[in-house]
Structures are given as structure tokens and as C-alpha cells.
Design a protein around this ligand. Structure first.
Ligand code: SF4
Length: 317
């Protein structure tokens, strides 16, 4: 039994099982215009993995056939770089689902990408914008020179379309992650700091802040020594909070890779640890079986359960 399962057992929460599936988190391609230092996907302009129209159509079939899935969370890389991105967004919206896009924002400064912002507003798509710091230095250090100014100009444009403004119905969340290994600070306090700074410095508003810790895999994992990794995992384990377990994202979502395979989360997708089920592809999706599946665990799950907990939608407690 691994150390994480042992802690679950001590807290009468073993084995870790899914409770339902309300979200399909669909990774439509690992290509990205940036090469951020923390990226667990190791996304870059050179990645070629891209979801095909045929896999997308299986995803849409699952959305059409399962009312209990109410959200489509579209991610990448930069999902906008998939040539069938708009087609997929359109079909997901037509399926009656809540659609959210995870973006690094900077692509929308390219002339041929600008139009996507009004497309999102027209479709009522939610934007989850990664902005790892409210200072220029903090963002440029993680993402590359000039990325902060680009992101800020796009946030202003999103605000001018109504995003992040009360009563508009257009949601804009900002996603924070630390520079290196570390548990994300208190989400509520960080949200207030972002709100104040972005307003004072740029007149920018947003709905909520999502604080995510960094998983020591992918590009961040490669940059750490063996000792650093062991110490970070020990630190996460020491901060294990059993109250986070019921809300873990893997208990309520399933992650789809560009080639249509299914995973408990995007992290396991990157580590090639598929769901423990005979229904392990989107083509063979079976809601009843998958919504009760036992979740694959290992020591890295302490990242999601340390402190206030961490997930793609924010803190868990
Ligand atoms: S890493 Fe987190 S989301 Fe993934 S299986 Fe472990 S606890 Fe669940």
C-alpha cells in the first residue's frame, strides 16, 4: 500500500473512489506558444499531439448522451492551437454544457486570434486565465519576457467585453501557481491581493482566483534534484488534510487525452496512468462504470490534499 492510501486508510477514506462525473476535462492538444517553467504538460510550440475531429466527435457523443455531465473544461497546451478548436467549442455549447477554456491569454494578441474573444462572449464561454503573479517580473520569470504585458492587454479587452463584471454573466477566473515547488498560499487572501493590485495598476476586474500548487512532474519535475523532490513530497505529506479528500477533483471529473484515452486527472494523463477500468477510452465511455471507478493513487496525490487542498477549480476546503 502506498503512503497516500495508508493515510486514507487511517482516516476511513480508503479506497479512493469516484462519486460521480460532472465534468469532462478535455485536453485537445499539448502544443503551446509558450514554454513555462512550471508546466506539468511540458507543452511547447514543438509538441504535435492534437485531438482529431474523430476523437472530438466521440467526446460530443458522450456529452449528448449524459445529462449528468454538465461541464466541459477545455485545456491544453494552448487549446486554441488545435485547428478544430472553434468547432469543438460550438458543439460543446450546443450540447447544452457549461464550457470553460483554460488559456495563457498571450495568444490573443496575435491578429488572427483576437476574434476568439468576441466568439467566447457570444457563446457565454467561461475563461480561466493563467496569471501566476500580479507583477511583471513574477510572470515574465515563469513564462518568458513580454508575456505579462500581453496578458494584461488581453484582460483589459476581456473586461471591455463584459468579462469579470457583475451581472454580465461572463465569467473570468484567474489562476495562480507558485514559481517553484510549494503549497499555494491562502486562496481568499491571495484573491484579495490580486483584486486590489490588478485594479490599482491596470483597472482590471475578475470573478475569482484559483490557487493551485505545483505538481513536481513535467518541466518543474525535471528542474528539481532527487533530494528536492523527496523533500517537497515529504512537506506535502506532512501537510495532509483529510478534509480535502471528499472534494478531490478526480472524484468528480474525468480527463480525456488528445488521443481519446481516459485518466483520473490531467496529472495522470501526463504520467500515462490510465483509469482502472475496462472502459478506458472516450469511444467506450460508460458513465455507470466510470462514475464508480477506483481512482489510481500514489504519493503525488499529497499535492492535492496538502493544506487547503488544490484542484483545477481551486482550494478544496
Ligand atoms: S493527483 Fe490529485 S486529482 Fe490526481 S488522482 Fe491524485 S488526488 Fe486525484
Amino acid at each position: 500500500m502506498n503512503a497516500f492510501d495508508q493515510r486514507l486508510k487511517e482516516n476511513n477514506k480508503y479506497p479512493l473512489k469516484a462519486e460521480d462525473i460532472n465534468t469532462l476535462q478535455v485536453n485537445i492538444g499539448y502544443r503551446c506558444n509558450l514554454t513555462c517553467t512550471h508546466c506539468h504538460v511540458e507543452a511547447s510550440p514543438d509538441r504535435e499531439e492534437m485531438m482529431s475531429v474523430s476523437v472530438m466527435s466521440h467526446v460530443i457523443d458522450v456529452l449528448d448522451g449524459n445529462d449528468r455531465i454538465d461541464t466541459v473544461d477545455i485545456t491544453g497546451g494552448s487549446p486554441e492551437l488545435n485547428p478544430y478548436f472553434m468547432y469543438f467549442v460550438n458543439l460543446s455549447v450546443s450540447a447544452g454544457k457549461r464550457v470553460m477554456i483554460r488559456t495563457n491569454l498571450t495568444l490573443y494578441t496575435e491578429p488572427d486570434m483576437r476574434g476568439l474573444l468576441s466568439f467566447y462572449a457570444e457563446k457565454g464561454v467561461k475563461i480561466i486565465a493563467s496569471l501566476p503573479c500580479y507583477t511583471e517580473d513574477g510572470v515574465d520569470r515563469q513564462r518568458g519576457k513580454g508575456t505579462y504585458q500581453k496578458a494584461i492587454s488581453v484582460l483589459k479587452e476581456l473586461n471591455s467585453l463584459g468579462y469579470g463584471k457583475e451581472g454580465s454573466g461572463l465569467e473570468l477566473d484567474i489562476m495562480f501557481n507558485p514559481f517553484g515547488p510549494g503549497i499555494a498560499p491562502d486562496q481568499r487572501m491571495l484573491e484579495e491581493a490580486y483584486r486590489q493590485k490588478l485594479w490599482e495598476m491596470h483597472g482590471i476586474v475578475f470573478n475569482h482566483l484559483i490557487a493551485l500548487s505545483n505538481m513536481p512532474i513535467g518541466r518543474l519535475g525535471h528542474s528539481m534534484s532527487g533530494t528536492e523532490k523527496i523533500e517537497y513530497l515529504k512537506h506535502l505529506e506532512e501537510n495532509f488534510n483529510p478534509q480535502t479528500v471528499d472534494n478531490l477533483m478526480c472524484r468528480h471529473l474525468i480527463s480525456v487525452s488528445p488521443d481519446g484515452r481516459l485518466f483520473d486527472c490531467d496529472f495522470w494523463q501526463m504520467l500515462n496512468l490510465p483509469v482502472k477500468s475496462e472502459y478506458s477510452t472516450i469511444e467506450r465511455f460508460n458513465y455507470d462504470a466510470l462514475s464508480k471507478r477506483e481512482i489510481v493513487t500514489n504519493q503525488l496525490c499529497f499535492m492535492c490534499t496538502a493544506g487547503a487542498g488544490a484542484s483545477c477549480t481551486g482550494a478544496l476546503t
